[in-house]
Design a protein. Structure first.
Length: 156
């Protein structure tokens, strides 16, 4: 009889075993569970969402923190109607309770670049295919202008 407390392992055709989520993924899910509890309060109090986003940004190591601070300013200037909140432990911006755009730090998931992305609530449709996420290593003035325009379009 197997122990019901153990997580299931599966094998693929390649013979590799799958042991479940990584520590980083589990951490992000725990963050999201906390966020869901706080989300109702943040929806009622925009300032609380802003404080939570700024606190998460402050925890980030450079250069992610620099990118996140700049993106936060761009999003606020481009779409002041968006509500800042955290989403899976990362800064995000919502309209009517739905996440429109978000930042993911490179450090959190040990990636070589940070990303700025859009969810399906973003109004970015362009034909049958369009980008929903952008890799970031730094922000130039042209990048900032492009992101500002995309954020404006996303909430239009």
């Amino acid at each position: 009889m197997t122990d019901p407390k153990k997580s299931a392992k599966s094998t693929t055709a390649t013979g590799k075993t799958y042991d479940g989520f990584t520590d980083e993924e589990r951490g992000a899910m725990k963050e999201r569970a906390k966020e869901l509890k706080a989300e109702a309060r943040a929806d009622k109090d925009r300032a609380e969402g802003e404080r939570a986003v700024l606190a998460k940004i402050a925890e980030m190591p450079e250069p992610d923190r620099v990118l996140a601070e700049r993106l936060h300013a761009i999003v606020k200037a481009s779409a002041p109607a968006l509500s800042p909140k955290t989403w899976y432990g990362m800064p995000a911006y919502a309209k009517d309770g739905k996440i429109v755009c978000f930042f993911t730090s490179a450090d959190k998931f040990k990636s070589r670049y940070a990303t700025f992305g859009f969810n399906d609530a973003a109004n970015l449709d362009d034909g049958t295919m369009w980008p929903t996420s952008f890799a970031l290593t730094e922000l130039t003035a042209a990048d900032e202008a492009r992101i500002g325009a995309l954020v404006k379009k996303a909430v239009s």
